[in-house]
Design a protein around this ligand. Structure first.
Ligand code: CMP
Length: 140
């Protein structure tokens, strides 16, 4: 399987509870390498741009408010099949449906406040990584 990169976000519900290290341990235990990482405060407008694909959804405004409510940690994860592997480690969007041992099963508070985001395909991974990181900031 090819080496891929994917964009990960540790969301406000998790940064507020000081879970960055525990979540990073899950990525590393699964064989994913954190090749870039920074803690930032998004504005509601920046969150809206990042999640523009969801702008017609009823939860869009709530999602943007939440993503701007506290710092997030944005990351690039690298590894074999990193996009699918990260989604496996995260678990289902709704923590009620997430497999035991996954990040969302262990840490997420609700479908909205679900601790992590991960890219869903190679094209979106490339776009999402470029949204947050310059090439020089990614050190594989
Ligand atoms: P994420 O993987 O970051 O992609 C879009 C986000 O929208 C998702 O995780 C959730 O945080 C949020 N989301 C998805 N469905 C709902 C919902 N039904 N209600 C509120 N937020 C949602």
């Amino acid at each position: 399987m090819a080496i891929e990169r994917t964009l990960s976000i540790i969301k406000p519900d998790a940064t507020k509870r000081n879970l960055t290290g525990k979540i990073n341990a899950k990525f590393e235990e699964a064989g994913l390498t954190i090749v870039a990482q920074k803690r930032i405060q998004l504005s509601k407008a920046q969150a809206g741009t990042f999640y523009a694909v969801h702008k017609e959804r009823p939860f869009y405004d709530e999602l943007c408010e939440f993503m701007a409510s506290a710092p997030v940690v944005v990351q690039v994860l690298e590894g074999e099949g990193a996009i699918a592997k990260n989604r496996e480690v995260m678990g289902a969007t709704n923590p009620a449906d997430a497999e035991p041992g996954t990040i969302r099963a262990e840490f997420a508070e609700s479908v909205g406040e679900n601790s992590v985001h991960g890219s869903d395909a190679p094209e979106t991974a490339a776009e999402e990584i470029a949204f947050f990181f310059a090439g020089l900031e990614i050190v594989g």
